[in-house]
Ligand binder design. Structure first.
Ligand code: SAH
Ligand code: SF4
Ligand code: F3S
Length: 449
């Protein structure tokens, strides 16, 4: 009966991207349709992130824009979903006139009811966290495409002292292995070429006797022409079994995102990361031995409470030692309720900025050098879409998660091809002469020409 049109904006990590598909699955079941245009919507939902203060500031900015739309359309319902909804709860409704409903990450089943209530003028709030909710029976609403995301677990029990996620997403819980495998089968049937398994710490995945390596192997077996990626791994739980599984299956991508956060053992301890720099280096070394050509990326936080210049130098040193292919680098942002919040925020902003800039500059130099070494080599690329800058070129990715811009030739989106790299910067490879590759000819390592 319901013909309301919903517009959704998504911020934050891939988990939110996957959650938005769940939300759309729930809403389409209840008869809602979707629009890409906020001005045509009856309901606007924002799936939010709370990881750093800046993430929340952006959302407040968007609320300003929705306030303007609501002036022209007073019946419009505006809802906040996701981690910021969970963190700020009632405060959002009380302080932001424009907000009609607030729903945390484990309450999306109640959205149809909350929206109906809001449509008759009553504000609603649902922020209970669950120990069991995985939305396992909900079919995510996905457009056809090349790459799909599946949340295989939710929540986080690690309680790193800087991090708000255990508070916004609650306790760890996993989806059953068989239902994930069934979903992957359906994705191959629909022509998807890549699946990304998601979790805040995928290494904690558990379904009875099955661990994450078992899940990865089971997913890889579904279709050998389908790429399998996964994020995020935690250095403490990154097991030999997992490393061997990645090596064993050709379609499990040789790319590992392994956040280190700091190069100083003193800071790592204050962060409650539960590993040392030495342990981290040993894991990287082992993986590089067993999976030749594997690429690594990481996350770094600059300016954690009490971080000295010496600690900072140790972070730069670890970047030089590991030589990551890429990194996500952040200024420390204090979050209420976390342990680190109580440690104060004693590093002045100018110092954080200075350190962050040094980290970024060094990492870009390293990424640039690593990519320069690929010039003249042939890489295997899965074509994902058009280049952002020109429809005459395609954009694809190597197995090692590097972005490649390549000429269209007679290739199609979704094809695997081999391409010769002729130019590179720190973020992108540029190729000439791409040639279609049947799966049976796939190469995994870089070939010399
Ligand atoms: N689960 C993943 C990542 C979660 S958030 C993991 O364990 O690594 C992604 C990244 O945001 C983190 O790795 C961390 O580098 C950064 N981050 C989290 N909280 C932060 C904070 N309070 N200030 C700055 N960066 C933060
Ligand atoms: Fe946050 Fe740590 Fe959990 Fe990652 S592992 S989500 S950084 S608490
Ligand atoms: Fe942000 Fe929540 Fe993801 S805080 S990073 S959207 S888990």
């Amino acid at each position: 009966m319901n013909k309301q049109r919903v517009y959704i904006e998504t911020y934050g990590c891939q988990m939110n991207v996957a959650d938005t598909e769940i939300v759309k699955g729930i809403l389409s079941r209840s008869g809602y349709s979707f629009t890409e245009n906020a001005e045509l919507a009856d309901v606007i939902l924002i799936n939010t992130c709370a990881i750093r203060e800046h993430a929340e500031e952006r959302i407040y900015g968007r609320l300003g824009a929705f306030r303007t739309i609501k002036k022209h359309n007073p019946d419009l319902v505006v809802g906040i979903l996701g981690c910021m909804a969970e963190r700020l709860r009632k405060q959002l409704i009380e302080e932001e006139q424009v907000v009609d409903l607030v729903a945390g990450p484990d309450e999306y089943r109640r959205l149809p009811e909350l929206i109906d209530t809001a449509l008759v003028g009553e504000k609603g709030i649902a922020v209970r966290l669950s120990k069991t909710e995985t939305y396992d029976d909900i079919e995510p609403y996905r457009e056809d495409g090349i790459s799909a995301w599946i949340a295989v677990m939710r929540g986080c029990d690690k309680f790193c002292t800087f991090c708000v996620v255990p508070f916004t997403r609650g306790r760890e819980r996993s989806r059953p292995l068989m239902s994930i495998v069934d979903e992957v089968k359906e994705l191959t049937r629909r022509g998807f070429k890549e699946v990304n398994l998601l979790g805040q710490n995928v290494n904690s995945y558990r379904d009875g006797e099955y661990d994450f390596a078992d899940l990865l192997a089971a997913v890889a077996k579904v279709d050998p022409t389908m790429r399998v990626r996964f994020i995020t791994s935690h250095p403490q739980d990154f097991s030999d079994k997992l490393i061997h599984t990645i090596a064993e299956y050709e379609n499990i991508c040789n790319y590992i995102h392994l956040p280190i956060q700091s190069g100083s053992n003193r800071i790592l301890e204050l962060m409650n990361r539960t590993y040392t720099v030495e342990h981290y280096l040993e894991r990287v070394e082992t993986a590089r031995k067993i999976i030749p050509g594997v690429s690594f990326s990481t996350d770094i936080i600059a300016g954690f409470p009490t971080e000295t210049e010496e600690d900072h130098q140790m972070t730069l040193e670890i970047l030089r030692k590991v030589r990551f292919d890429g990194a996500f680098m952040f200024k420390y942002s204090p979050r209420e309720r976390t342990k680190a919040f109580e440690m104060g925020d004693d590093i002045p902003d100018e110092v954080k900025t200075q350190r962050l800039n040094e980290i970024i500059e060094l990492q870009q130099k390293i990424s640039y050098e690593i990519n320069q070494d690929l010039i003249g080599k042939v890489v295997e690329v899965l074509i994902e879409g058009f280049s952002k800058k020109s429809k005459d070129f395609y954009m694809g990715r190597t197995d090692t998660n590097k972005i490649v811009i390549l000429p269209k030739e007679d290739l199609e989106i979704g094809d695997y091809c081999v391409a010769k790299i002729i130019r590179a910067n720190s973020a992108t490879l540029f190729a000439e002469k791409a040639e279609k590759l049947e799966r049976s000819n796939r190469i995994t390592k870089y070939a010399e020409v």
